[in-house]
Design a binder for this molecule. Structure first.
Ligand SMILES: [Zn+2]
Length: 251
């Protein structure tokens, strides 16, 4: 008979970043700074790389969980990406070793039943805007819905002459955006750029965004998506102040 209590897992939201901080050496007092927690994602382009976000779970009495699979799936339950949550009880010496070897995070587990705030990352692409489910598979080998996120597409009109002049005159404004999406398995990739002025010297390494094909499929067929959102909207990042060039390497 399985006496392990069924774990209770709550989907708290999706966020931009989680920074785990500890004011002293006891992991029991680790706390999370959570940036941009929400139940939706706005994006200028699709595919959207899931590795840019963290998904926040609340796990009740986590030591009873041991292991669970969490996945993101579309409305038809097609799996997009999957990860494993594994809770292990370790001692102080093991903590340092684990931190050196991998990305595992340590938390203090109280002796009494309590909620643990736990974040996970997926490695995958959301190809289309829409609603997506987060599901859990625990001891009974059945996928159960934890909740949903909406991925919104935010189209932006082409830049006007005035907007281009403003971007040119601002030294901190982004003037060129390069993105790459590459399959880790077959190494085939799509490399694209947008800029306030077309730069022929970047081509053919990077394709001018308006000249992309209708769709992309890597050689091993693990990655496939429509290019229409990049074609329509990659210029939306121009003028922004943050770093937007990115290379997405995906399995
Ligand atoms: Zn591939």
């Amino acid at each position: 008979m399985n006496t392990i209590e069924t774990p209770r897992i709550a989907l708290l939201g999706i966020c931009d970043k989680v920074v785990i901080t500890n004011l002293n050496s006891d992991p029991l007092f680790n706390f999370s700074n959570i940036y941009g927690l929400k139940t939706f994602v706005n994006s200028y382009i699709f595919p959207f790389p899931l590795q840019d976000k963290e998904i926040l779970l609340g796990i009740y009495n986590p030591i009873t969980l041991e292991k669970a699979e969490i996945r993101i799936a579309d409305d038809l339950n097609t799996e997009i990406a999957k990860t494993t949550v594994q809770i292990q009880k370790i001692n102080g010496e093991q903590i340092a070793k684990i931190h050196q070897e991998n990305q595992a995070r340590t938390f203090g587990l109280p002796e009494y039943p309590a909620w643990l705030i736990y974040s996970i990352k997926f490695n995958g692409l959301i190809s289309e805007p829409g609603q997506y489910k987060i599901q859990v598979n625990t001891i009974d080998d059945k996928w159960t819905d934890l909740g949903r996120f909406i991925f919104n597409y935010i189209p932006k009109p082409d830049l006007s002459e005035d907007e281009i002049a403003t971007i040119k005159s601002d030294p901190s404004a982004t003037k060129t955006v390069n993105i790459g999406i590459r399959c880790k398995n077959c190494q085939a990739g799509l490399f694209v750029y947008s800029s306030i002025e077309r730069k022929k010297e970047q081509e053919p390494q990077y394709t001018w965004y308006k000249e992309l094909p209708e769709s992309f499929e890597c050689t091993c067929k693990k990655i496939r998506f429509e290019c229409k959102y990049i074609k329509e909207n990659l210029h939306a990042f121009l003028g922004s102040k943050g770093k937007v060039s990115n290379l997405f390497s995906l399995i």
